[in-house]
Write a protein that binds this ligand. Structure first.
Ligand code: NAP
Length: 507
């Protein structure tokens, strides 16, 4: 059966109304037709935030069952548009169909997981200190505590996950589950995908009778849309996934507000991978091949891409590097998400080409919007002196850092900035060194893996997708998994409160 083609109308969705504006910007799809989209404006941001605030007075007081039904309805509506979402998503992002299909499953799975999670109620962290009227020298009052939603939340999705980290992605799902209305700033790399997902959310709002202002999507096209959104006085927190530069600029704006608000930015990372000596001896070449696969997956456009491998000098390390280089040589060129990201990849590679302390292992020339892998090598002492070598290159570029032995490996580990992940490849004989590195890695990364690759982030209760700056702007939080709901909640204590005045979740 032929699938229906989705033709975007290019409008913003503000509190249930599809609205256009005077100016438009044109999408730049990897393939397929380009479309025009209304440019967002600060006035539209204001309208969406006012509507979100108004909606909060009812949505913030819906039952968990009602919100669960809403989240499940969004998932259903996304599934109902499955083929159209895949079609426009692949056109805009250049990602293969199978990837978009998998990401859709992750997105709907995430929404349904939150629906189940809030119904269980553990996330409310309810506490009760009973009154002690006879306590000396002073009586203790009755104290109850519960987590309450914070109010309207702004969400910025990333270009590399047009579904799972975008319009109805993890941030939106967590905020809506908590009871917070959401205003999404659409990503200019996938405005059509954003529009059709907004349509699905709109349909779910109508089906479940939620207030219209609970969700708005304002297309971008100009930087002042995002800037005015994070500065809007009615916005109480921001969920952001994207680049360090963009995230930092918006974080600074949040901090400078008359009322500063939390900015939960999930940014870039080089995700160091440590190859311990016994593992290198036993299966260095095999790990090298696996690394090449992880580095090139999705054209290397993952925030969890393991861009740096730390390996001892010597023949075992050589076998690892050789196997990685061989596998990378065979990798085909892949389309990148946007022209800008393809250019940034070329610029990042040039940073390595121009450095004496860096040895080329595999150097390629990427053309147009396509990327080929590159591999470089350097020594720990040079790496530690050159801050730029530790900056993320978004794409399939790997850097091997050679260390002289365990002491230098530990020194290097201490020199890394905050990371989303760190990986140990180890065998039983490496346990002592692994134990030595763990206290360092725990201070550096949100997730530590053994004998695996960090690309692929499970959506689960125990997942942490975050880490010390610059991996994220808030090391106490995660943007993936059920714990991510905590970002949009605030503990409130109720002292000597009659039951009639307590929130339903404490009843
Ligand atoms: P991006 O260029 O920073 O864009 C993210 C969003 O922020 C877009 O809506 C963008 O608007 C907006 N923005 C960027 N700079 C801004 C500024 N100065 N003022 C106002 N708005 C601004 O990031 P991306 O290209 O989408 O994603 C790629 C990066 O994200 C990579 O570095 C990757 O590692 C990281 N990432 C991190 C995670 C994670 O979980 N930590 C996950 C995925 C990706 P426009 O639409 O106008 O560009």
């Amino acid at each position: 059966m032929p699938k229906d083609t989705f033709t975007p109308h290019g409008k913003h969705l503000i509190a249930g109304e599809w609205i256009t504006s005077d100016q438009t910007f044109r999408s730049e799809p990897a393939h397929g037709p380009a479309h025009d989209y209304a440019v967002g404006t600060p006035d539209l941001v204001d309208r969406a935030c006012e509507a979100a605030e108004e909606a909060f007075w009812t949505y913030g007081y819906t039952s968990r069952e009602e919100r669960a039904a809403f989240l499940n309805a969004i998932a259903d509506e996304i599934e109902a548009r499955a083929d159209q979402i895949t079609e426009i998503g692949t056109q805009e992002s250049g990602l293969p169909e199978a990837r978009l299909q998998g990401e859709r499953g992750r997105t709907t799975g995430q929404l349904r997981l939150f629906a189940t999670h809030i119904q269980k109620g553990d996330y409310l962290d309810r506490r009760h200190d009973e009154a002690l009227p006879d306590r000396q020298p002073l009586p203790r009052p009755d104290l109850k505590m519960v987590q309450r939603p914070i109010g309207p939340v702004a969400v910025f999705g990333a270009s590399n996950f047009p579904l799972a980290f975008s319009t109805a992605g993890g941030d939106t799902a967590a905020a809506l589950a908590a009871g917070c209305p959401v205003v999404v700033k659409g990503h200019s790399a996938h405005p059509g995908t954003g529009e059709i997902v907004a349509e699905a959310i709109h349909a779910a709002i109508q089906k479940t009778g939620m207030p219209a202002g609970v969700f708005s999507l304002i297309q971008g096209g100009k930087r002042d849309v995002g800037q005015s959104l994070v500065q809007h006085p009615l916005i109480k927190a921001v969920g952001f996934t994207g680049s360090l530069g963009g995230g930092r600029a918006l974080f600074d704006l949040c901090a400078q507000r008359p009322e500063p608000i939390p900015f939960f930015g999930e940014l870039g990372s080089v995700n160091p991978m440590f190859l311990l000596p016994e593992a290198a001896k036993a299966r260095g070449a095999q790990i090298g091949e696996g690394w090449a696969g992880s580095l090139t997956m999705g054209a290397g456009q993952f925030c969890t891409n393991p861009g740096i491998a730390v390996v001892e000098a010597g023949p075992e390390g050589d076998a690892f590097v050789q196997a990685a280089a061989e596998a990378l040589k065979g990798a085909s060129s892949q389309c990148m998400l946007t022209d800008g990201i393809a250019q940034a990849y070329k610029d990042g590679k040039q940073r390595f080409d121009g450095r004496n302390a860096v040895r080329p292992v595999l150097v390629t020339d990427s053309e147009g919007r396509n990327a080929l892998p590159n591999l470089y090598e350097t020594d720990a002492s040079d790496y530690l002196q050159d801050h730029a070598l530790g900056e993320e290159v978004f794409g399939p570029l790997g850097l091997v850092v050679r260390v002289t032995g365990p002491d230098e490996m530990e020194t290097l580990a201490k020199g890394f900035e905050g990371q989303l992940t760190a990986t140990l490849h180890m065998d039983d004989g490496d346990t002592a060194l692994g134990k030595r590195l763990m206290p360092v890695l725990e201070r550096k990364a949100g997730r530590i893996l053994v004998n695996g690759f960090p690309t692929g982030v499970e959506v689960a209760d125990a997942m942490v997708h975050g880490g010390p700056y610059p991996a994220s702007t808030n090391f106490g939080a995660t943007s993936v998994g059920t714990l991510s709901i905590r970002r949009f909640l605030r503990p409130v204590c109720y002292q000597n409160m009659p039951d009639a005045l307590l929130p339903g979740d404490l009843g």
